[in-house]
Design a protein around this ligand. Structure first.
Ligand SMILES: Cc1cc2nc3c(=O)[nH]c(=O)nc-3n(C[C@H](O)[C@H](O)[C@H](O)COP(=O)(O)OP(=O)(O)OC[C@H]3O[C@@H](n4cnc5c(N)ncnc54)[C@H](O)[C@@H]3O)c2cc1C
Length: 459
């Protein structure tokens, strides 16, 4: 029996796709930079079906690319060379919220928006939040250890994961979903799989820690003279406010592009070089008025050129849109070379200058848009007009970041986009240890070949 027929026997013929029109959207990434072809797409509905599909592919020697919402930005979730595309989106079951512990078990295919709506009904919120929330799935978010706008308060996805269920390369199901906060029995498999980008196992369910819903919110957009000034303002706010939940920044060029693409009006009459967006959040019944507290803190913070504060839902969303619509506006302007990096915050302003100079040296006509998450020194580097020089641009930018003791991948992962530069952020011994883990869990190299680890040197 051929593989397609075998898989159809497991998931039903309707969930094995081979028609090029139906397969197309699974083969191209969100940025359109990564395009390939899948042998077929298979859409299992539960853990048992995932396990049987993986076992069948292992027996047939057919490599697998696991995919969730396909919003990843490093080319890690698209099949490039005829792999089987294992789509997890049907594995989206949500179990009841455990209100005693503030935890939930979610299927890998559930989107962040679905999980958030589910837990909100019980008075909880998810710690992780990203602009791709309507499509990004629990499995993809765990596999990439996604960061996003609330890392300042809740940490990256890793901190919110208490356990996972996963299918190993031979089709075995492993994992724990009991949610024990204290459970020190050997290696932490769940944490090993978080951030493994689909190279070690297929995640099927996750046990997540939740946070109390914070319905009282205030958002401010602050105009400043540059990145260093944004950091000064942020430092002043941290000293005065214990409700801060987000601190994002972008520059005038990015704001112009967003306004041009979306038709939004600029936020201030006078343009400024840089903009800081901050959000405060608190429980219902929070004593002080959040917007008053935020406005008062901004009034005394050094470096504020102009500021607008909003507490009502529509006003907050409008301010957030200036930041969150960067990614789609950049995509609308062309196919970007995207590099997501982090540097120590003290080096952030200098790193930005070095990155712009590095790109100018190899692609003088390219446009560089920088924005990101201020507190973590996390910069999203977007280079437009340089797709034919993607590798030299990546090399120049990532070397500039490494020179500041930064990370070549802050939150998006390595994927295929940065495989050639892992050595800039990890030592040969660390890479060898990662390879040993990969070989132990996936000896045949079934999962996501070519993602995360550089090709094996000759042994
Ligand atoms: C507009 C926009 C904004 C974004 N903002 C942020 C941000 O602020 N912070 C951030 O960190 N990211 C951000 N991203 C990137 C992206 O949304 C995240 O990487 C997200 O975690 C990917 O989820 P997904 O379900 O789409 O995964 P996919 O794109 O489908 O896959 C991503 C990787 O995970 C693997 N994978 C997926 N599901 C599984 C599974 N069940 N088991 C094993 N491996 C799996 C894939 O093989 C691939 O390597 C943004 C993307 C967009 C388009």
């Amino acid at each position: 029996v051929d593989l397609a027929a075998r898989l159809a026997g497991i998931v039903g013929a309707a969930h094995v796709l081979t028609d090029p029109d139906l397969v197309a959207s699974y083969q191209t990434d969100w940025t359109r930079r990564w395009r390939g072809h899948a042998r077929l797409v298979v859409r299992p509905a539960d853990t048992g079906q995932v396990a049987a599909c993986v076992a069948a592919c292992a027996e047939a020697g057919a490599p697998i690319v696991p995919q969730g919402g396909n919003t990843g930005l490093v080319g890690g979730g698209v099949p490039l060379h005829g792999e089987v595309l294992l789509s997890l989106t049907r594995c989206d079951r949500l179990e009841p919220v455990d209100t005693l512990t503030g935890q939930v078990t979610a299927g890998a295919g559930a989107t962040l928006t679905q999980v958030r709506a589910h837990v909100r009904a019980a008075g909880y919120d998810l710690g992780v939040d990203i602009a791709a929330r309507d499509s990004a799935t629990v499995g993809g978010v765990l596999a990439t250890n996604a960061g996003g706008a609330r890392v300042l308060r809740y940490g990256t996805t890793r901190r919110q994961v208490l356990g996972v269920e996963a299918v190993l390369a031979d089709g075995t199901v492993v994992g724990r979903l009991d949610g024990l906060v204290k459970d020190n029995v050997g290696y932490d498999l769940a944490q090993l799989l978080v951030g493994s980008e689909g190279t070690l196992a297929v995640l099927t369910r996750a046990r997540l820690s939740l946070f109390p819903l914070l319905p009282v919110r205030a958002v401010a957009l602050v105009a400043v003279d540059g990145t260093a000034a944004a950091q000064t303002v942020f430092g002043g706010l941290v000293e005065q406010l214990d409700t801060l939940r987000a601190a994002e920044f972008f520059h005038a060029d990015g704001l112009d592009l967003v306004c041009h693409t979306t038709g939004m009006r600029p936020p201030f009459d006078q343009p400024c070089p840089t903009y800081l967006l901050v959000e405060c959040a608190a429980r219902a019944g929070h004593g002080t008025d959040l917007s008053d507290a935020l406005a008062a803190a901004l009034a005394t913070a050094d470096g504020v050129r102009d500021a607008v504060v909003s507490t009502d839902g529509a006003g907050r969303e409008a301010l957030w849109a200036y930041r969150e619509r960067h990614t789609e506006s950049i995509n609308a302007a062309g196919v970007p070379v995207k590099l997501d990096v982090a540097v120590p915050p003290r080096a952030l302003a200098q790193a930005e200058r070095d990155i712009r100079a590095a790109v100018a040296a190899v692609a003088p006509a390219a446009t560089v848009i920088l924005f990101g998450h201020l507190a973590e020194g996390n910069l999203h580097v977007n280079v437009l007009g340089a797709t034919d020089q993607a590798d030299p641009v990546a090399d120049a930018v990532l070397r500039a970041v490494a020179a500041h003791q930064g990370s070549i991948s802050a939150e998006h992962g390595v994927g295929r986009a940065k495989v050639g530069w892992v050595h800039l952020s990890r030592s040969p011994a660390e890479i060898a240890a990662m390879r040993a883990v990969k070989r132990a869990l996936d000896p045949a190299g079934l999962f996501n070949p070519g993602v995360l680890l550089p090709p094996e040197p000759h042994r």
